[in-house]
Design a protein around this ligand. Structure first.
Ligand SMILES: Nc1nc2c(ncn2[C@@H]2O[C@H](COP(=O)(O)OP(=O)(O)OP(=O)(O)O)[C@@H](O)[C@H]2O)c(=O)[nH]1
Ligand SMILES: [Mg+2]
Ligand SMILES: [Zn+2]
Length: 354
């Protein structure tokens, strides 16, 4: 194996040289289990932890390693290693952490493409697809829509679904597949390139792990084998995991997501809904919310039937979520700052009293 097979590139190498990291091993985080990381290197796989200093200086989730990260580490016997540094990330897929206001969760880093997988039976939902798209657009990850389980519906219905996707989502490739009949596999394989990283995103049960296993030609990830009527809502994959394909390319499997919230997607929404952004240039007021204002270019287009109403409503909903996230994360940062100062003062006091 070469590091390039894992996705290593010239930019990372330049950084390594610049930072004089030659005394360290370089590796990629392939799995994470409660602040212990499995890192793949030229010397094999290591179970790693971060240095105490890294832990001490870390301010938020982004300061910790995540699956997909390139790290500089010192390796020891019996496959143990210490991570000293995270190399710069070229992309981060994230979402608001569930139940922690203003905090984010990193889904994966250094991703080139995301397969946005949706089953065409009961899972299918274009609003959700637009959400995933927004996450990709705000993280510099190129999206590929994958419609799975096509064996469960008629061809006519599939064509309807593809059409409805294309009305709302333009210029994004759409691939229809079945993990049962392997329909669409040649197309999926043709988009997987050497040294590029692909992340599987989608709800639980859409067939992410089955697809990964079939492409790898190996049952690497556990999939749901229990009868379909009894497994509703049960998540099978519990951890993210990065897998190198024999034929080239790197795939990251993820647990299915229940909530696809919007975090920090300043550009994400603007790219996903570029039509609305373009229309808003005709609004009379610069701070137009496109909900009730007179002279609103967006509402006008809606009334003329030039803008899809469902897409417009989805946009407003996500825009609200984004605002809420921005607000709560600013508050969280303020609180963390006050707390940090308190600790500093406390240490100072303690020190002065000696
Ligand atoms: N009919 C049909 N069933 C499929 C297809 N792909 C997957 N399945 C079945 O759907 C179930 C869920 O598949 P998984 O691959 O475990 O789904 P997942 O997306 O990894 O789910 P989580 O790990 O929970 O997020 C299994 O019983 C699969 O056999 C398909 O294309 N057609
Ligand atoms: Mg799975
Ligand atoms: Zn407006």
């Amino acid at each position: 194996m070469k590091l390039e097979d894992l996705g290593y590139n010239d930019k990372l190498e330049d950084f390594r040289l610049e930072q004089r990291l030659d005394s360290f091993e370089i590796g990629r985080v392939i799995a994470e289990h409660k602040e212990r990381y499995i890192v793949n290197t030229l010397k094999g796989e290591f179970e790693a932890e971060i240095t105490g200093n890294m832990r001490f200086t870390s301010k938020n989730r982004e300061d910790f390693p995540a699956v997909g990260d390139w790290v500089a580490l010192t390796t020891y016997n019996s496959n143990f290693a210490i991570i000293h540094k995270i190399l710069p990330r070229f992309s981060i897929i994230k979402r608001p952490a569930v139940g922690q206001f203003g905090e984010i969760q990193i889904i994966a880093t250094n991703i080139d493409y995301a397969f946005l997988i949706q089953a065409v039976d009961r899972d299918f939902n274009i609003n959700r697809l637009e959400r995933y798209l927004t996450i990709c657009n705000s993280s510099k990850v190129r999206p590929i829509i994958v419609l799975s389980k096509t064996d469960l519906i008629e061809e006519l219905r599939l064509n309807e679904i593809i059409e409805s996707v294309k009305v709302r989502i333009k210029e994004i490739p759409v691939i229809s597949i079945s993990n049962e009949t392997q329909r669409g596999y040649e197309e999926i394989k043709s988009v997987i390139m050497d040294g590029k990283t692909y992340c599987m995103l989608g709800s639980s049960g859409v067939g992410k792990s089955t697809l990964l296993n079939n492409l790898a030609g190996n049952p690497i990830m556990k999939t749901n084998t229990i009868s379909k009527s009894t497994n509703k809502g049960r998540h099978v994959t519990s951890h993210r995991e990065l897998v190198i394909m024999d034929k080239g390319g790197i795939l990251i499997d993820n647990p299915g997501m229940r909530e696809v919230g919007i975090a920090d997607s300043t550009n994400g929404l603007e790219i996903t809904f570029d039509k609305i952004i373009r229309l808003s240039q005709n609004c009379k007021f610069t701070d137009c919310t496109h909900t009730y204002e007179i002279g609103c270019g967006v509402i006008e287009a809606l009334e003329k039937g030039e803008l899809d109403r469902a897409s417009y409503e989805n946009y407003l909903k996500m825009e609200k979520e984004k605002e809420y996230f921005d607000l709560t994360s600013t508050e969280r940062r303020k609180k963390d700052k006050v707390f940090g100062k308190m600790i500093k003062n406390y240490k100072k006091k303690k020190f002065n009293s000696f």
